[in-house]
Structure formats: C-alpha cells, structure tokens
Design a protein around this ligand. Structure first.
Ligand SMILES: Cc1ncc(COP(=O)(O)O)c(C=O)c1O
Length: 365
C-alpha cells in the first residue's frame, strides 16, 4: 500500500463542489485583487482566531516581514528566533535588514526555550519570534516573562498551528501579533501561496495593511513605500470554504496521532505534548537514532516520510556570516539528527494509519 505524506487531491475531492462554486464565482466576477472574498476572509479568520483584526497576505514569509517592518525593525536591530524552524522565520528578519540571533529549543518539545531567549537579549534586540512548530504552541508567556519590561515585541509564527490552543486560548488571540502561512500543505492550505497577520492592535493592523498594499491611503496616494504582499481573491475564496472544515480536519489529525502514539510509544520517542497545549499536529514527529535506516525501510514499503528540519538554521550556509559553529546550539543540533515526520493528513484512512504502524513495528522487530 502506497502512503503519501499528504494527499491534497483527496482533500480537494472531499469538498469539490464547494470549492468549484467558490472559484468560479471569483472568475465570473473577474474581481481578482481586493474586494469581497478577501474582506470575508479577513473577517472570518480574525473571528476564528479570536483576534480583532486580520490582514490577508501573499504568503507566510511576507506576513513576517510586514510585521517586522510595521514594528520598525530594520538595520542595526537584532531579532531572536529559534534555530530549529523553517528558514522563512529568519529570512524575514534578514530581509528587513536586521540580524537574526538564534536561540536553542527544549529537547523534548523542539520549541524555543525562554531561558535561551533571556540569554540572547542585548541592547539591540527589538523583537522575538516564537514558532509553534509542528502545530504545538510555543510557551508565549514564558518568553514574555523573559523579555520583562524591555521594549521587545514577542511575535508568534503560527504557520503550522492554525486553531491550536495555548492555555485554552486560540492561537492568534493572545500574542501582540501572529503570522500565518496557508501554503497548500498546511492545516489550512490555499491553492497556491497565501498568508495572514492577525492582531488586536488596531494601529499595528493599519500599518501592516498599508505596507502590504504599496503604502496606500487612496489609489494613488502613498504614505510610505510599502510593497505588494496582498492575498488574492481566488486564494481567499478557497480559504473561506476550507476554513469551515478546519476544526474537523484538526480533530482527524489528533485522532491519527493518538493512534500512532498508542501503538508505537514503546518503540519510538514522540515530540512531547506540553500540558498547556492543544496541538493541531501539522506534523507528527518521532525521534529515533536509527532514522536513516528507518527511512530506507519505510521507503521500501512505500511509506513517505519527511524531516522537519535536517539542518538547524545557525548551521545553514545562508547564515554563515553570522559566525555560528557546530556545538553552539546543542539541543537543536541533536534533534535535527533524530527527528522524522510520519504521514498525517485528515483524509488518511484507518487502513493507511494501520499500515504505517505495522511497518514501523516491523522495522523495530
Ligand atoms: C514555521 C514557518 N514559518 C514561516 C513559513 C513561511 O510560509 P510561506 O511558505 O507561506 O512563505 C513556513 C512555511 O512553511 C513555516 O513552516
């Protein structure tokens, strides 16, 4: 049995009529940029997250950049972020002219460690980006406490944690500002690139919105030199449909991971679930010192896997000039050698889940 890592086609087929209607309605109106669908998306997503305001953007990397720029982060500033994350988190910092400073993670949860954030703070620190990796919220309050009364903004990168909960609060409702990606494979995925920024701060919302749309105040009046980082209406229409199913899809992911855990916990280590968190399992990540062999075995049995992420950012060639060395962030380095993401997607059948379990059991036998 062939097990894909995600199955976007199955997802489309499960909501085909709704999607086709939404897309053809945009095409018949031929209003592709700005307007009804985007406005609906922004209203709906803010509401779902429990936030006051939402700006639909062209992708998650752009959202992070817009957020940093709207906070005035630029040349000479430092922004702390985890090393164990997708490169976009740090790219956004570099693209604003600022310097990323990498903090180590907790080994058990793979999430940024507030104590490491505390150690990394300097007079130049303007912001910290926490990342809710794999669908589990990072400990926002611990980072806020680490930052203390310094003028440092805590930004949440929730690209992987749509509708996850932190201390019973929905992601997007409690941080100063939160960034989302709706890359197709995300829990809420567009049919192309898309992202969003949400906040309860109206002034910040207005700045992000303006920056995302050429710094406009009217069609040809530009208050600041912004950029074009808007979400288009085709993507907004897709997200408006898919959003209604998101809670159900997240529950399905949770059920699959529960099944994996019940069957495999005595054989492999799973990423720890924090007591404060209700994760949404964008990824199901296990740890094993036999990763290379296990991948090969699973490949032979047609089970797809992934590694998120095999090289910590402080050791990436792209950030060589920052001067980090091997051994600087030992926990990020250790887990990057052991983690393995196994298939989890809402359309995954019991038969498919059982097959993955059987293969992993067979390998360890
Ligand atoms: C943690 C994290 N941050 C940021 C991004 C960037 O999002 P996008 O691909 O929409 O630019 C991603 C996307 O994979 C991500 O996983």
């Amino acid at each position: 049995m062939k097990i894909p890592f995600v199955d976007l086609k199955a997802n489309y087929l499960s909501i085909k009529d709704e999607i086709d209607t939404a897309i053809s309605s945009v095409i018949s109106s031929s209003a592709f940029v700005k307007g009804k669908e985007l406005e609906q998306f922004e209203k709906n997503w803010a509401e779902m997250c429990g936030a006051g305001f939402c700006v639909g953007t062209s992708n998650g990397t752009a959202s992070l950049e817009l957020i940093l720029r709207s906070l005035g982060v630029g040349a000479g500033d430092e922004v702390i972020c985890p090393s164990h994350t997708f490169i976009a988190t740090a790219e956004a910092i570099v693209n604003c002219g600022a310097k990323p400073v990498f903090a180590d993670c907790h080994e058990s949860s793979a999430l940024i460690d507030a104590n490491e954030v505390r150690k990394a703070i300097t007079e130049r620190t303007k912001a910290v980006i926490i990342v809710d990796l794999y669908g589990q919220p990072a400990d926002h309050d611990a980072v806020v406490e680490a930052v203390g009364n310094k003028n440092i903004t805590v930004i949440q990168d929730a690209a992987q944690s749509h509708l996850a909960e932190y201390k019973k609060k929905t992601v997007g409702s409690y941080a100063k500002v939160t960034s989302f990606s709706f890359y197709p494979g995300k829990n809420l995925g567009a049919y192309g690139d898309a992202g969003a920024a949400v906040t309860n701060d109206e002034e910040l919302y207005k700045k992000i919105k303006m920056l995302s749309d050429h710094g406009r105040i009217t069609k040809y009046e530009h208050l600041i030199a912004g950029t074009n980082a808007r979400m288009d209406n085709l993507q907004a229409s897709v997200l408006n449909v898919k959003m209604k199913h998101l809670a159900d899809w997240n529950d399905k992911r949770r059920k699959i991971v529960r099944k994996y855990k019940n069957a495999l916990e005595d054989r492999v280590l799973f990423i720890d679930e924090e007591t404060y968190a209700k994760p949404v399992y964008h990824l199901c990540v296990i740890r094993t010192p036999y990763r290379k062999d296990l991948i090969k075995f699973l490949e032979e049995h047609e089970v797809s896997t992934g590694i998120h992420y095999p090289i910590p950012l402080h050791l990436q060639p792209a950030f060589k000039e920052l001067g980090y060395n091997s051994g600087d962030l030992p926990r990020s380095e250790k887990i990057s050698e052991e983690i393995l993401s196994i298939p989890v997607f809402p359309e995954m059948t019991d038969e498919q889940t059982d097959f993955v379990i059987a293969q992993i059991k067979e390998y360890f036998r």
